[in-house]
Design a protein around this ligand. Sequence first.
Ligand code: FES
Length: 76
Amino acid sequence: MTTVRLRRNGPYVIESDEVTVVDWNGVEYPVDRRPVALCRCGASAKKPFCDGTHSRTAFQADETAEGRAKADISRE
Ligand code: FES
């Protein structure tokens, strides 16, 4: 099983040893760290990977699955 964990005010962390990251041409990025952390703040100099820059910016992303579930239910 693969888990994608959203870090509070940080990256998407993919918890699996079987992850490959490819660009839109299907070319694979070398992965030098596990677990893989993908930038979601947009500020990384190593995109698509997180380089820790989010901690020096005002990036805010503290949504939760519970909150999303409530929002989705209210739209139905
Ligand atoms: S989420 Fe870490 S640099 Fe963007």
